[in-house]
Design a protein. Structure first.
Length: 203
């Protein structure tokens, strides 16, 4: 009986592990090309709810003196500022981000899952309360066709209470040959999510 129980448990764990691997592979992309049109931005895609997901990577070897106050779970918003074809104040993305103590980061974008809404990055401390993030994603269109890599860079400053940060971002979308298709800039703000955060504050 005990042997059968162990076998059943092992089987269940194997199924969960395989399922996790497949889910991770299916959601490994963050940014979609539905905001592209022959290399240009489609203004109509910026109307309504958040429309964009961004990311980037940055080498973080030897992070001495890291300020771990940035570590945690955040509600983040990217807003356009100074982009031709995109109104100032238009929300580019409005998702969730997790900063890890090992210098890595993951983002759950508000992009439709079919267009790749999870992405990864790395960060390093650049000042007393400032940080730099480099974030990469693989962009696809609604049909699942690969567009190319997208790079998101952020320069942000954490407030004294360590419960909010703000700064600037850039998004560069490339095709598979490395040709720049779109360059977007704007401001990024975030609020820390805690065990007491109600759902009304993350909508």
């Amino acid at each position: 009986m005990r042997a059968m129980f162990k076998t059943a448990i092992a089987g269940i764990l194997s199924i969960v592990l395989v399922g996790t691997v497949f889910v991770t592979g299916a959601t490994a992309q963050c940014v979609s090309s539905d905001w592209l049109k022959t290399g240009a931005i489609q203004p109509q895609s910026w109307q309504g709810a958040a429309q964009f997901g961004r990311n980037s990577f940055f080498l973080v070897a030897g992070q001495e003196g890291n300020d771990d106050r940035i570590v945690g779970f955040w509600k983040v918003k990217f807003v356009s500022d100074g982009n031709p074809g995109i109104p100032d104040g238009a929300v580019i993305d409005n998702g969730f981000v997790q900063w890890h103590s090992d210098g890595t980061e993951i983002m759950n974008s508000s992009r439709p899952p079919a267009t790749s809404n999870f992405c990864l990055g790395v960060w390093q401390k650049t000042g007393p309360s400032s940080y730099e993030l480099n974030h990469f994603a693989l962009s696809s269109d609604l049909s699942g066709n690969l567009v190319g890599p997208a790079q998101i860079r952020e320069d942000i400053t954490l407030n004294k209470k360590a419960n909010q940060y703000e700064g600037t971002f850039t998004i560069d979308q490339y095709d598979v040959s490395g040709n720049l298709l779109v360059h977007i800039v704007g401001s990024v703000t975030a609020t820390r999510i805690t065990v007491d955060t109600p759902v009304g504050l993350v909508l």
